[in-house]
Design a binder for this molecule. Structure first.
Ligand code: SF4
Length: 379
C-alpha cells in the first residue's frame, strides 16, 4: 500500500548547465518525489538519489503550480526552453488521476509558453491532450512513452504498476490522431540483457511503435546495475520465472555499473538498422527558439545528432564534436555573427574539423538571408 504525504519544497525548477542532448531538456522539474510505478529495474533505488522508500512513500510537492508561476514571473530573464518533468518519478503515476497535480503544473507551463518534453509509462497523459496541444501550438510539445518490451507478461514483472505496453501504445496513437502537432515517440530504454535484447523482441518494439504512429524511437541498450538498485533487481529476478538470466547478467556486468562496451557496440547498429528499416527517427526533433539562439540551437542539433549517429554506428565517440555542440547552447550571440566576423575558431571546441563541417551550412544561411530551414541531419 503506497503512502502519500504532502510536503512543501523550496525549489521547483532546475536549470541544467547544458541541455540534455537526448531529450533536449534545459529545465527539469519533479512534481512528485518517489514513484508508485515501482518498476523492478528502476535506478531511483540507487543510493545516489537518497530516496529511502521511493516506491512506498510518494511525496506530493505542495503548491508546486503556484511556486512555479511565481518563479516564472519573478525571473524575467528566464529564457523559454524545454522543460522535462519526471526524472526519477513519473508525472502521471496513479495518484495523478485523482489529484491532477501535474495537470495544474502543465497549465502554468502553458501560460508562460515554455516548451515541454514528457516521458511517461502511463496512458493518463492522454487526459491532458488539451493543454499539450495548446503548448504545441504556442511553442513545442513532445510526449515519449517509455517502453522496454511489448511482451505483456514480462512487462508485468518489470513494470507492475504502470499502464501495460499495449495501453501506452494506444495512448500514443490517440495523441497522434487527436493532436498531430504534438511530437510523439518511444523511449526504448532500458533494454534488459537476456530478457529484451534478442532480435525478435527488439523488432517487436520498433514495429509496434511504427504501427501506432511514433515519429522517433530513442533507444539505449543495457541498464545500470548500481548498489541498492542492483541488489533489488537481482533479488526480484532470482524469485521469478526469469531467474535463469541472473548468472549471465552478473557475468556480463562483472561488478560494473554499466554493460560492457562490446555489448552496447553490438546492439546499437542493430537498433539503428531497424529504425532505418521502419523509417523512424532515432532522435527527438528539437525545439528551436525564435531569438538570437535560433541558429546556435540548429547548428548544435546538427553537431550533436551527427556525433550520436556516428557513435552508435561506428562505436567511436567524438568528444570534441559533442562539446562543440553543447557549448553552442550557452553562446550569448548568434553564431551567424561570429561566422561573419570570421571568428568561428574562437568558439569552444571549434577545431578545424568542426569548422569545416559547419561552414557549408553557415554559408548557406548567410547567403540566403536566414530564410531557409536548415535541413536536419536526421529527419
Ligand atoms: S516509471 Fe520511471 S521513475 Fe517510476 S518506477 Fe518506473 S522507471 Fe522508476
Amino acid at each position: 500500500m503506497v503512502k502519500y504525504r504532502y510536503k512543501e519544497f523550496k525549489s521547483v525548477l532546475n536549470k541544467l548547465t547544458y541541455p540534455d542532448s537526448w531529450f533536449w531538456a534545459r529545465y527539469t522539474l519533479n512534481t512528485y518525489s518517489g514513484c508508485a510505478h515501482a518498476c523492478t529495474y528502476c535506478d531511483a533505488r540507487s543510493q545516489r538519489y537518497y530516496l529511502e522508500d521511493f516506491e512506498n512513500e510518494v511525496i506530493i510537492k505542495t503548491n508546486f503550480d503556484k511556486k512555479l508561476d511565481q518563479r516564472f514571473k519573478r525571473a524575467r530573464t528566464l529564457l523559454p526552453d524545454i522543460i522535462a518533468p519526471g526524472g526519477v518519478n513519473d508525472a502521471y503515476q496513479p495518484i495523478e488521476q485523482k489529484i491532477e497535480h501535474s495537470r495544474k503544473v502543465l497549465q502554468v507551463i502553458a501560460k508562460h509558453k515554455f516548451p515541454i518534453n514528457i516521458a511517461t509509462k502511463s496512458k493518463l497523459v492522454v487526459r491532458d491532450i488539451d493543454i499539450l496541444k495548446e503548448i504545441a501550438k504556442e511553442t513545442w510539445s513532445t510526449v515519449g512513452f517509455s517502453i522496454s518490451t511489448v511482451n505483456e507478461e514480462l512487462a508485468n514483472f518489470l513494470e507492475p504498476h504502470s499502464s501495460n505496453p499495449s495501453e501506452r501504445l494506444k495512448a500514443l496513437h490517440t495523441i497522434k490522431l487527436k493532436a498531430p502537432e504534438i511530437q510523439v515517440g518511444i523511449y526504448f530504454m532500458p533494454i534488459i540483457p537476456f530478457l529484451e535484447d534478442d532480435a525478435v523482441s527488439l523488432e517487436d518494439v520498433i514495429k509496434q511503435s511504427k504501427k501506432v504512429g511514433a515519429e522517433f524511437v530513442l533507444f539505449a541498450p543495457g541498464l545500470t546495475l548500481r548498489d541498492a538498485q542492483a541488489q533489488f533487481f537481482i533479488k526480484k529476478l532470482k524469485n521469478s520465472r526469469y531467474n535463469d538470466i541472473v548468472k549471465p547478467l552478473l557475468e556480463l556486468y562483472k561488478g560494473h555499473t554499466n554493460p560492457p562496451a562490446y555489448y552496447v557496440r553490438k546492439l546499437n547498429p542493430t537498433l539503428y538498422a531497424l529504425c532505418q528499416e521502419y523509417k523512424l527517427a532515432v532522435r527527438v526533433k528539437r525545439w528551436i527558439p525564435n531569438d538570437y539562439r535560433k541558429w546556435n540551437y540548429k547548428i548544435s542539433e546538427l553537431l550533436l545528432n551527427k556525433e550520436y549517429v556516428d557513435a552508435i554506428t561506428t562505436g567511436k565517440s567524438n568528444n570534441n564534436m559533442k562539446w562543440a555542440g553543447l557549448n553552442l547552447n550557452n553562446l550569448d550571440v548568434s553564431i551567424i555573427d561570429v561566422f561573419k566576423r570570421d571568428e568561428l575558431s574562437k568558439l569552444k571546441n571549434f577545431s578545424k574539423e568542426i569548422i569545416e563541417f559547419v561552414k557549408p551550412y553557415l554559408e548557406k544561411i548567410n547567403t540566403t538571408n536566414e530564410k531557409i530551414t536548415l535541413e536536419r541531419f536526421i529527419n
